[in-house]
Design a protein around this ligand. Structure first.
Ligand code: C5P
Length: 295
């Protein structure tokens, strides 16, 4: 009897920019960045089984807004890895899309990075994480940091990623108002900004230290994103008045915003209130994770 190999599974966690400072536009058209990136306990899920060709099917709550055509970042990542590694076989990939699309929490980038990790395992490649990050960089600025899914300091256009030893984790609520915000459009509308050179965070012993540090920072893309999608302001206002909230901010180029809370109970209560008040919003209560979770 032919044995069917078990599917390889990868978890593609949401990426959160705890802060994001933008510098000058570079000669290549990208902006210099500086960001402290963490990952959440919620994300998309991918499975990979051997096949002759590369194919992708998408299910899950946000599957309807995505197409599984060759332009999908997961398919592009699979083809790029196969071409680079000389792999002639394929993979049947399933993506369960739990995260809102084009929403500043790296969904597409995390999926592409998970595809690189999962296919490297499925095809038994010797590619190092560094090689996967380099390949990811050719597909999108946020993919390198998503290859490791670990707390990181990010520079360059996003491709320079340095792991940071764990920073204090806080309970977190993510809210998306259901408006897709194209990254390029937000960068194009940028005016005021902090520039780069803020410096890496000091050693932080408590969530209080983390909040004090984050209060010296901002997300420079928040103002241009709010101008594009005013619902972002409504989300931030709604999060800011929840009991036990420590910090509210937008992630990436939006429109997803996050709030850090003093306890998991406060985060859960805030999420319940927001779900009731705004049923059309996507609301997730989760936590910061420090390393890749295999799902
Ligand atoms: O690299 P990625 O495809 O994710 O970037 C999408 C768009 O966001 C780019 O075309 C560019 O307009 C903008 N961007 C930027 N500076 C960065 C990252 C992205 O201007 N560091």
């Amino acid at each position: 009897m032919k044995t069917v190999p078990d599917a390889i599974r990868e978890f593609a966690p949401a990426k959160i920019n705890l802060f994001l400072h933008v510098g000058d536009k570079r000669a290549d058209g990208y902006h210099a960045l500086e960001s402290l990136v963490v990952f959440a306990g919620i994300g998309d899920a991918l499975t990979f089984v051997p096949s002759d060709d590369i194919s992708l099917s998408i299910d899950g709550p946000f599957s309807s807004v995505l197409s599984s055509d060759p332009d999908n970042l997961v398919t592009k990542a699979a083809r790029a890895l196969a071409a680079q590694s000389g792999v002639v076989t394929g993979a049947r990939i399933t993506l369960t899309k739990n995260l809102p699309v084009a929403s500043g929490i790296g969904g597409g980038s995390a999926d592409a990075a998970a595809a690189l990790r999962g296919l490297a395992r499925l095809w038994d490649l010797t590619a190092s994480q560094e090689q996967l990050r380099k390949l990811g960089e050719t597909l999108g600025s946020d993919i390198p940091v998503c290859v490791d899914c670990a707390t990181a300091w990010m520079e360059g256009r996003g491709e320079i990623v340095a792991p940071l030893s764990d920073i204090p984790a806080a309970p977190m609520v993510l809210v998306n108002p259901g408006v897709g915000v194209p990254t390029g459009k937000v960068f194009a509308a940028l005016t005021e900004r902090h520039g780069v050179g803020h410096g890496r965070p000091p050693t932080m012993a408590s969530v209080g230290d983390l909040i004090a540090y984050l209060n010296t920072t901002a997300n420079d893309l928040e103002a241009p994103a709010r101008a594009t999608a005013p619902a972002i302001g409504e989300v931030l206002d709604a999060l800011a008045v929840q009991p036990g909230v420590l910090l509210t901010r937008m992630s990436g180029s939006g429109a997803t915003c996050f709030a850090l809370f003093e306890s998991q109970a406060a985060a859960a209560a805030a999420a319940a209130v927001l779900r009731r008040a705004r049923p059309s919003w996507w609301v997730a209560d989760t936590e910061m994770i420090s390393r890749t979770v295999r799902g």
